[in-house]
Design a protein around this ligand. Structure first.
Ligand SMILES: O=P(O)(O)OC[C@H]1O[C@H](O)[C@H](O)[C@@H](O)[C@@H]1O
Length: 569
């Protein structure tokens, strides 16, 4: 179907209210807007289906949400899996509404639905899927995206976001479903009949106990003064509960304490950005906490900053990953609790420094594609061999971390707890996370990293990003900053070409639109389109035994590589 045909179909058949009809009419002569709304249908990306809320096949709205849940229900009812689904949602506009629409779509097909009675973190949904023996799960959230977005993340029976294969099967079901199948019963009807029920408060308590069970510290962290922000999302209650129980003195950023779909004072609540903590910095200048910590709206990722002379040093996702990895492996090794043949996992775009830290404890780091679902997939593979206790830690440079196997998605609650315990232990030794990080750099080499990204505007974003990757494949740089490219890995073609020896090796990871240029021991350049936002990303790493040299190289690499970014930004 063409964009115009889709538009026409909605004009004729969509049961819209007056505002909806007016929005459709306004698009008639506005090709850009129409293309944005009807130019495509929402697709599964890095983290499920995500899009701007609005009218059309390419937007999140009652019809596309209902259809997605109907597709999920069609898939579930065609399997032997338990006919149960758990649903969670965050603080975004329409999140609760979409959660109810999803519940109805599943209950209509005889699936028993459990819904959180109030907003809850993504990892708590993952936990609920496992605890309640569900065949699938849903989180209504667009994670870190700006407030105009929302999304539907779909989970499998292991509590992990669906990986490519099941997601493709669900997607095939979604595509068979017409957009405007009316619902005969309401959410309240199903609640009254028992087809839908709220998740019991006991599960919250069990989750807290489980997270606390992952603790490594043996003394309270009551020497730590923390400034915390839930960034207007779901973290406020669970993070404060867990940190309270380990003794941390927590002050909360008032303007960001309550749920707010507009994310006022943090319009782009992405923990990868320094700006996510701007409001916290204002307060910290007055209150002088030991540490600042923020969790993103669905509380699966965490941002951490340390007050340093003259300001604040925000740790990157890679840095916190290295600190937590070293803390976990070091503490477990000392306590004699490190399992035999431990498994730690990172994504291919996360820092290789973690591999060196892991190796120093005799642990081999596994690498997976971008998307925490692939880390969850590694845990599932271990579980199938009854070896899940070998999993010690998983992380991504985008600020997602998991210790434990009780959830199969990144968990900012457990990450906050471990970070605070480590910070408290360091404070007792007269140091802090920033200095400790620098000590790791001195030991393992300075791995300076930066992500360049370019936001693509307008309805042609997908084509521009595809064009960018194709162009890079056609005209691969032979050198970056005068450093020869020693190998190129194309995850799409699933091959690594060693340019020094002229050999080729097959890539074992699934196909993905990613290109990796290796600059010998000096660094890497990785290119991929984002799967959650209209962006292309270039991940740079510069390595040197000298800090200034690594930073200089990184700056030079950034200057050179930014010239390759598409121009419509
Ligand atoms: O780089 P993107 O595709 O935009 O994804 C950004 C992040 O989104 C989600 O949080 C995924 O779980 C992460 O794995 C990913 O790194």
């Amino acid at each position: 179907m063409t964009e115009l045909e889709r538009y026409q179909q909605w004009c004729e058949r969509a049961p819209l209210n007056e505002a909806g009809r007016a929005a459709l009419a306004a698009m008639q002569n506005d090709e850009t807007e129409r293309k944005g709304c009807f130019g495509a249908e929402l697709q599964f990306g890095t983290a499920g289906i995500r899009g701007i809320m609005g009218i059309g096949t390419n937007r999140l709205n009652d019809f596309t949400v209902r259809r997605t849940a109907q597709g999920l229900a069609a898939w579930l009812t065609s399997t032997e899996l338990p006919q149960r689904c758990a649903i969670g949602y965050d603080s975004r506009h329409n999140s609760r509404r979409y959660a109810e629409l999803c519940a109805v779509a599943l209950a209509e097909r005889g699936v028993h639905v459990y819904v959180y009675h109030e907003l809850a973190p993504t990892p708590m949904l993952s936990f609920a899927v496992r605890q309640l023996g569900c065949g699938c799960g849903i989180v209504v959230s667009a994670s870190h995206n700006a407030g105009i977005y929302n999304g539907i993340k779909c989970y499998g029976p292991d509590g992990c976001q669906m990986t490519d294969e099941p997601a493709a099967r669900v997607f095939a079901e979604i595509e068979k479903i017409p957009y405007f199948l009316p619902a005969e019963k309401s959410f309240e009807d199903f609640l009254a009949e028992g087809g839908v029920e709220f998740i019991a408060p006991e599960l919250w308590e069990r989750y807290y106990e489980t997270v606390l069970g992952e603790r490594l510290a043996t003394v309270p962290s009551d020497n730590l003064n923390l400034l915390y922000t839930p960034l207007c999302g779901t973290g406020n209650k669970p993070v404060r509960t867990v940190l309270g129980r380990i003794g941390v003195n927590v002050a909360v950023v008032p303007a960001q304490e309550k749920p707010d779909g507009d994310f006022k004072t943090c319009e782009y609540p992405n923990p990868e950005t320094d700006a996510a903590l701007n409001e916290s910095y204002k307060i910290a200048r007055e209150t002088h906490p030991d540490l600042i910590l923020g969790t993103d709206p669905d509380c699966d990722r965490v941002a951490v900053a340390v007050p340093v002379e003259g300001g604040f040093r925000k740790l990157s996702g890679n840095e916190l990953g290295c600190l937590l990895l070293d803390y976990i492996l070091g503490t477990m090794q000392k306590a004699g609790t490190l399992p035999a043949d431990p498994v730690a996992v990172r994504s291919i775009v996360s820092t290789p420094m973690a591999d060196k830290i892991a190796a120093s404890y005799g642990v081999k780091m596994r690498r997976v594609l971008t998307g925490f679902k692939y880390i969850g997939g590694e845990i599932l593979a271990l579980e199938q061999k009854h070896e899940e206790n070998r999993f010690v830690f998983g992380f991504e440079e985008s600020c997602g971390y998991l210790k434990g196997t009780y959830a199969r998605d990144k968990d900012a609650v457990v990450a906050s707890m471990l970070t605070c315990d480590l910070a408290a232990a360091l404070k007792r030794e007269g140091t802090n996370l920033a200095e400790h990080m620098d000590a790791l750099y001195s030991r393992f080499g300075w791995h300076e990293a930066r992500v360049l990204s370019c936001e693509l505007q307008g309805p042609d974003a997908m084509e521009i990003s595809a064009g960018f990757m194709a162009q890079m494949r056609r005209e691969l740089p032979k050198a970056v900053c005068g450093i020869a490219v020693t190998s190129v890995t194309d995850y799409q073609a699933r091959v690594t070409r060693d340019l020094v020896h002229g050999t080729e090796e097959a890539v074992t990871l699934p196909k993905s639109n990613v290109l990796v240029l290796q600059l010998g021991e000096k660094g890497t350049v990785i290119l991929r389109p984002s799967g959650t936002e209209p962006k292309v990303k270039i991940y740079l790493t510069a390595v040197d035994t000298d800090r200034a040299a690594a930073m200089k190289l990184l700056d030079d690499m950034a200057a050179e590589m930014s010239g390759y970014l598409p121009k419509n930004a």
